[in-house]
Design a protein around this ligand. Structure first.
Ligand SMILES: NC(=O)CC[C@H](N)C(=O)O
Length: 225
């Protein structure tokens, strides 16, 4: 399985993501600049965490206009998997690939800590490995992780089981404790916690591994390779 990890000016979790996918999960990975205009040849696309374009205006608000985003849009429309972690999630909401928005944390402080999560939907292609482990711990590190959507959107997310991760102790004020969601089609995931920072015991937790193994295993089953 071959991953594209998109590198925006100001991304800072791209190397960690490449480490998780290549060194830990033994997948092919290429770092793809935000100036790229095609994503042909990749099986999955990851928008990593960081401070794209300095988080100016709002996190992700400038990145959504990067040349690569048209290709990300086409990739998602084709039904292929797209994952946005932290700043990647912010970019996906700004781009309209996921509903809602990420606002400043309730405390107005940058939060960097371990966070307990509940995997509410273990039936997505990103979460099947968590079926027997619904409660996990992943690091969070963000200033704008306060997920917001209006009541109609929340009802819609609930009706279609699009809420994938919930915080146990809502650290940032997110509506309905939401930490991660998928789009209606189930092929675009956005989440604020960092699974790539929890893939080796050396990092203190391997609870993030399930996200990558789910995706890899489901892709293998689908493509029979
Ligand atoms: N770790 C990250 O991706 C940082 C996210 C984001 N730019 C924020 O501070 O809200």
């Amino acid at each position: 399985m071959k991953f594209a990890v998109i590198v925006f000016p100001g991304s800072n979790c791209d190397a960690d993501m490449a480490n998780a996918l290549r060194d830990v999960c033994h997948c092919a990975v290429e770092l793809v600049p935000a100036t790229a205009t095609t994503l042909t040849g990749y099986d999955a696309v990851v928008l990593p965490g960081g401070f794209s374009y300095g988080d100016y205006l709002r996190s992700g608000a400038i990145a959504r206009f990067a040349p690569v985003m048209a290709a990300v849009q086409a990739f998602a429309t084709a039904g292929k998997p797209v994952v946005g972690i932290c700043n990647g999630f912010q970019i996906l909401t700004e781009a309209g690939l996921l509903p809602g928005a990420l606002r400043a944390n309730r405390s107005s402080q940058f939060i960097c800590q371990a966070s307990r999560l509940h995997v509410c939907n273990p039936h997505t292609q990103f979460t099947t490995a968590y079926a027997k482990q619904p409660d996990i711990q992943l690091p969070i590190a963000h200033g704008e992780g306060n997920y917001y959507c209006d009541a109609a959107t929340l009802a819609d997310l609930r009706e279609h089981q699009q809420i994938v991760f919930e915080y146990v102790d809502n650290p940032n004020g997110s509506v309905a404790n939401i930490a991660g969601i998928v789009n209606r089609q189930g092929n675009v995931l956005g989440m604020m916690p960092h699974p790539e920072r929890a893939v080796e015991q050396l990092l203190g937790s391997i609870d993030g591994l399930g996200l990558f193994t789910s995706l890899i295993e489901n892709h293998r089953e689908e493509t029979h390779v």
